[in-house]
Ligand binder design. Structure first.
Ligand SMILES: N[C@@H](CCC(=O)N[C@@H](CS)C(=O)NCC(=O)O)C(=O)O
Length: 219
C-alpha cells in the first residue's frame, strides 16, 4: 500500500486528511495551491481532470470524490470504524455524508466561487448573500444533528467513533466564519467543533494545514 493525498489547506480535503492521520498509516500529504490555480495544471489534470481536491492515490490508482474516498478508507482501515458497521446506523451516517457533500458543500461554493455558477457579475453578486442565508440555515441543521447526538449520549455525529461527519462539520463551521457567520450564531455547534479540533489526529492536521478555526477573528 502506498497512499498519497492531494489536499488544499482548509478545503474539503480536510475530511480524508483527518481519516488518514487517524489511521496511523504512512501517507504522503501533497499540497495543491488552489489560489495559484495548480489544480488546472496539465500535471494535476492528469491525476484529476475535474481539477479538484481531494484525490487519494493508492498504489498509483486515483480515487476522487469524498464519499468514494471515505468508503474506501473505511474498507481498508476497518479497525478504525470511520463509519458504523450496523446497517441502519451506517445508512444514516452515509445519508448525512451525502447531504453534506451534495447540498451543504455546493451551497458554500456558491458563496466562495460564484463565478462557477454564472458569468454575469450581477448574478454572482446576488448569489453570495442568498447562499450565505441558505448556508446559515444549514449550519443550524448541523447544530441540530450535534444536539441530537449529545441527547443520545453519542460523543460523535455517527456514534462512538470520530469520523468523516465530524471532520466535515468542522470544515463547514470554519467556512461559515469566512462567510461572516460568527461562531456565536451556533454555540452548540461551535463547542462541538472545538472538541473535534482538540482530538490529537485532528489537531495534527490543523497544524499541518496551518488552519485558523475562526476566520472572522484576528489571526
Ligand atoms: N464533490 C467533490 C467536491 C470537491 C470540491 O469541491 N473541491 C474543491 C475544494 S473544497 C476544489 O478543489 N475546488 C477547486 C476548483 O474547483 O477549482 C468531492 O466530494 O470531492
Amino acid at each position: 500500500m502506498s497512499l498519497k493525498l492531494y489536499f488544499a489547506p482548509g478545503a474539503c480535503s480536510f475530511v480524508p486528511h483527518v481519516l488518514l492521520e487517524m489511521s496511523g498509516a504512512e501517507f504522503e500529504p501533497t499540497m495543491v495551491k488552489l489560489h495559484k490555480g495548480e489544480q488546472n495544471s496539465a500535471d494535476y489534470q492528469a491525476i484529476n481532470p475535474r481539477g479538484q481536491v481531494p484525490v487519494l492515490v493508492n498504489d498509483g490508482q486515483p480515487i476522487t470524490q469524498i464519499v468514494a474516498i471515505v468508503l474506501y478508507l473505511d474498507h481498508i482501515f476497518p479497525q478504525m470504524g470511520f463509519l458504523p458497521s450496523e446497517p441502519m446506523a451506517r445508512a444514516q451516517a452515509l445519508s448525512t455524508l451525502a447531504w453534506m457533500n451534495n447540498t451543504v458543500h455546493p451551497t458554500f461554493t456558491h458563496i466562495f466561487m460564484p463565478q462557477k455558477f454564472s458569468d454575469q457579475p450581477e448574478v454572482q453578486a446576488a448569489l453570495k448573500p442568498y447562499n450565505t442565508q441558505l448556508f446559515r440555515g444549514m449550519l443550524g441543521e448541523l447544530q441540530g444533528l450535534v444536539q441530537s447526538a449529545v441527547a443520545q449520549g453519542q460523543p460523535w455525529l455517527s456514534g462512538e467513533r470520530l469520523g468523516p461527519l465530524d471532520a466535515y462539520c468542522l470544515t463547514f463551521t470554519r467556512w461559515g466564519t469566512l462567510a461572516g457567520i460568527p461562531p456565536e450564531a451556533h454555540p452548540a455547534l461551535w463547542d462541538f467543533v472545538q472538541k473535534v479540533a482538540a482530538e490529537p489526529a485532528v489537531a495534527r492536521v490543523i497544524a499541518r494545514e496551518r488552519l485558523q478555526l475562526n476566520m472572522g477573528a484576528p489571526a
